[in-house]
Every structure is written in structure tokens, then in C-alpha cells.
Design a protein around this ligand. Structure first.
Ligand code: ADP
Ligand code: MG
Ligand code: ZN
Length: 477
């Protein structure tokens, strides 16, 4: 029997507002422990939460960017549990009435196919504090700076069918969060976290199998690895005519396995109820349209525009819109040198290669867009050869100097003077009588050898097109 995996993801993303969701404390990361706290986020009796409008606005942005409906009213609820990082004894979240529902995100797979992933809901909640375990002492410390930092939870429909699809969906979500400027989506630092719900069913079945939920996934690689592991584990159980147990599991990155954390029987009963300290949240249509109007052109829209307006392949457009900064960089280049495919080739090849090698992102790119465009212009005009262009590019990346200056300082201007090139050709012909003989006997492929010799003699500065033409003339075709 053939099985098919069914996957749904719950994603938590920190919102980068400057203050917390229900108080005016700073959300800044890395401060001295317990310095960004107040009676509200410490859960002191009698203190009252006040909703941060920016948190609502940021969540609305995400909701609209993922095609969600915004019900006229949503509510905050208390999720009750005890843990030392949660001083109030409950987390304020949204439960029955979230701010956004019924959205979707279209993801593009590597093979060119596209798939629509449903988004069940998006809601707002507060983050908990952090426990710090001091290895050398039998004590744990609690840092409540993170308590009350705004989170947005995005719950997908069980529409994903492979680890690869889950990876693409997650990367897309993160790209949108960054693109619309509401969070930094950093998985390793925990500002973007994901729980994966996974089940298996016979292919063709329209009911769902029993699922597990895997937590502790702190990188994209680990999400995909954990999903693959769970798929294999559950498939094996089913092939053995066993039954998958509904439970929460933890990914163990060291061992590369998921391990049982708690079963359904041990699951918490959170005793959710509406938070009496917070009024129902009513969002006016006017506000929704204002947020909608303010949204930038989204990655998928920009990708489409790049394909239709600039006539570059969809693959290129996908790479170039992987971040807003990269897309801006590309368009900025085109203002100086408007040859879309040529620019795209250089960005995807040389530029991204350089940034990858140095572990940099486009924001810290040492080469300004107008300088890259200028370099391509020089190449296009025939002022420099392709080989010299690579040299100048490397020099630009290490010095940040504009290409014209480098070409002048290093005397790299292409030689297009017929008499100089002819002199070099004559010398090469004189030095290689055997090759000349063989060429004349019909080994026309040797033209490459002669071009190479002339280019070497001119240190790559001769105009290759002219070298070719003049050689043919001298050797006879
Ligand atoms: P809970 O709150 O207990 O985690 P939810 O109903 O909110 O449960 O579902 C959480 C996630 O689990 C959603 O992303 C949903 O798509 C996914 N999901 C639900 N049923 C299944 C299933 N049988 N297999 C895989 N994923 C599932
Ligand atoms: Mg869950
Ligand atoms: Zn506070």
C-alpha cells in the first residue's frame, strides 16, 4: 500500500514593534535580564493590560498579505497553565475569535508547479519569559524581558504533502514577514518558530490519519529533517499494522530523531476563557482599507511583474524577489543599465556568489547597484572584455571603488586598436608554424588556440571579437 503524508504547520513569529503587546516596556533583545519589565508584564495583581495598536496593525498587514478575511470582531482569551516563565499563570492569546481567518498562500515549487496552501487562522498573543539554566549551579534563573513581546501565530490547513513543500511554505511566510517589515523571521534566534503536525494516510484516502505534533524545530533544515523522520517513523508503524499514537514529540537535533514528550492523556486543559480585562476588538473597515493601501507590492506580485515587464525567466524573477532588498537592488541596477536578463545573470551568478561566500546579505553588499550597472555598461560598450569585467568585479567587491576608476587606475581598458592587435597576431603566427600548418590543413578548431595566445599576450585586454576577425583574415577561413 502507498502512503501519503499530511502536514499542517503552526508558526509563531515575533513582531518587531518597539514596545510590548500590553504595556510600554521595550521589546529590545539582549538587554540585562529583568530590566524591561513593569507591573503589567510581571503580572502584578491589579495591573491592567492595554492593547498596543501597532501589534494589531502589523498582524492586519500579515493577514491581508496572506489573503485572510478579517471578522468584524475578535477577542482575547486567557490560556491557563503554570510555568515559571509565565508570572500571571496565564498567557493572553486569541482562541475562539481570532483576528484573521480563511487565508491562503500560493507557493511555487522548484519544478515550476504552484500550490495553494490554506491558512486557517492568524491570531495575536504574548510571548513568555525565558528560563536560564546555569550549568555550574543547581539553580535556574528567569528573565522576564521577553514576557509580553508580541507574537503572531499563523496556523495552516493540513494542505502540505512533503517536507520540501513545508520548507517552501515556511520560507515564503518568512519572506513576507520581512518584506512587509513586521518581523525579522530569525529561526535560530527564536523570533520565528514552528511546530509541525504530521500524519500519514493511504494514498487516495480523504480522511486524515492520527497526527503527532513535533516541537523544538529551530532551523529550516531541522524542520524538513524532522518531518522526513516522522513520515518514515509513522509509515513504518502503519506498514507493521500498528497505530500511530496522538502525541506531542520533540525533535532531538543531535540524534536526528523525534522523541515522545507527552501523550494526549497528558495534554493540558488550558481552561480558555475570554479575558475580562480586555474589550472585544472591533476593527473598522476603514482601518482595513488603510492598511491594505499601505501594503507594498508583495513578493509574488513583484515576481509576476518582473516576468511580464522585464521578460526575464520566472526562475530569475523568483530568485530576485527572495527579499525586498534584492528586488530593489535589481531594479536600481536597471535604472543605469536597462538590460534585464544581463543584469539578472550577473546578480544571480557573480553577486550572490560573492555574498554567499562572504556570508553577507544584500544589505551589506559592498558594490552599489549603480556601480554594478556601470560595469555591465562598460562591458556592453566593448570598453572591457568579459574576463577583465570579472577582474574589475572582484576589485570592486574588495575596495568598493567604482568600475571606471578601477579600469583607469589599472590600465584595463580594452585594446581595440587594429594595428596593436595585428602586431600580436603576427607574432603568434610566427611563433607557431606547426599549428598554422594544421589549421590550413582543415583543423579549424585551432582558432581557439590562436585566440587564446593573442589574449594571453595582451593580458586579456584585446577585444576578443576583433582578435577573432583579424585572425580569420590572416589565416584564411
Ligand atoms: P491544536 O490546537 O491542538 O494544535 P489545531 O486544530 O489548531 O490543533 O491544529 C493544529 C495544526 O494541525 C493545523 O496546522 C492543522 O492543519 C494541523 N492538522 C490537523 N489535523 C491534522 C492531521 N490529521 N494531520 C496533519 N496535520 C493536521
Ligand atoms: Mg498545536
Ligand atoms: Zn511591561
Amino acid at each position: 500500500m502507498e502512503f501519503e503524508p499530511v502536514i499542517g504547520l503552526e508558526v509563531h513569529a515575533q513582531l518587531n514593534t518597539s514596545t510590548k503587546i500590553f504595556c510600554a516596556c521595550s521589546t529590545r533583545f539582549g538587554a540585562e535580564p529583568n530590566t524591561h519589565v513593569c507591573p503589567v508584564c510581571l503580572g502584578m495583581p491589579g495591573s491592567l493590560p492595554v492593547l498596543n495598536k501597532k501589534v494589531v496593525e502589523y498582524t492586519l498587514r500579515m493577514a491581508l498579505a496572506t489573503n485572510c478575511d478579517i471578522p468584524p470582531q475578535s477577542r482575547f482569551a486567557r490560556k491557563n497553565y503554570f510555568y515559571p516563565d509565565l508570572p500571571k499563570g496565564y498567557q493572553i492569546s486569541q482562541y475562539e475569535l481570532p483576528i484573521a481567518i480563511n487565508g491562503h498562500l500560493d507557493i511555487d515549487m522548484q519544478d515550476g508547479s504552484s500550490k495553494r496552501i490554506g491558512i486557517t487562522r492568524i491570531h495575536m498573543e504574548e510571548d513568555a519569559g525565558k528560563l536560564i539554566h546555569d550549568g555550574s549551579l543547581p539553580v535556574s534563573h528567569v528573565d522576564l524581558n521577553r514576557t509580553g513581546v508580541p507574537l503572531m501565530e499563523i496556523v495552516s490547513e493540513p494542505d502540505l504533502r512533503s517536507a520540501a513543500e513545508a520548507g517552501v511554505y515556511l520560507r515564503n511566510l518568512r519572506a513576507i514577514i520581512r518584506w512587509i517589515g513586521i518581523g525579522d523571521g530569525n529561526m535560530e534566534e527564536g523570533s520565528f518558530r514552528c511546530d509541525a503536525n504530521i500524519s500519514i494516510r493511504p494514498k487516495g484516502s480523504d480522511t486524515f490519519g492520527t497526527r503527532t505534533e513535533t516541537k523544538n524545530l529551530n532551523s529550516f533544515k531541522n524542520v524538513e529533517k524532522a518531518i522526513r523522520y516522522e513520515i518514515a517513523r509513522q509509515t513504518e508503524i502503519l506498514l507493521d499494522t500498528g497505530q500511530v499514537v496522538q502525541e506531542t514529540r520533540l525533535w532531538n537535533p543531535g540524534k536526528g530523531v523525534t522523541e515522545s514528550m507527552r501523550s494526549k492523556e497528558q495534554a493540558h486543559d488550558y481552561r480558555y476563557f475570554p479575558d475580562p480585562d480586555l474589550l472585544p476588538l472591533v476593527i473598522e473597515k476603514k482601518w482595513i482599507s488603510a492598511v491594505q493601501k499601505d501594503l507594498p507590492e508583495l513578493p509574488s506580485q513583484r515576481r509576476e511583474r518582473f516576468v511580464t515587464e522585464m521578460a526575464i525567466p520566472d526562475y530569475d524573477a523568483g530568485v530576485l524577489t527572495s527579499s525586498r532588498e534584492l528586488a530593489d537592488y535589481y531594479e536600481s541596477c536597471l535604472k543605469t543599465f536597462n538590460q534585464p536578463k544581463h543584469v539578472s545573470n550577473w546578480i544571480m551568478g557573480s553577486l550572490l556568489g560573492l555574498l554567499n561566500a562572504e556570508g553577507k546579505s544584500i544589505e551589506d553588499c559592498p558594490i552599489a547597484p549603480k556601480d554594478l550597472a556601470q560595469l555591465l555598461k562598460l562591458l556592453d560598450e566593448g570598453a572591457i572584455s568579459g574576463k577583465i569585467a570579472k577582474t574589475v568585479f572582484e576589485e570592486m567587491s574588495s575596495t568598493g571603488k567604482p568600475p571606471k576608476q578601477i579600469v583607469e587606475e589599472k590600465g584595463l581598458v580594452q585594446v581595440s586598436d587594429t594595428s596593436i592587435i595585428e602586431k600580436e597576431i603576427d607574432a603568434v603566427i610566427a611563433a607557431n608554424p606547426n599549428e598554422v600548418e594544421r589549421y590550413k590543413d582543415g583543423q579549424k578548431k585551432l582558432i581557439g588556440f590562436f585566440v587564446g595566445q593573442v589574449m594571453r599576450a595582451t593580458k586579456g585586454k584585446a577585444n576578443p571579437k576583433m582578435v577573432n576577425e583579424l585572425l580569420m583574415k590572416k589565416l584564411g577561413t
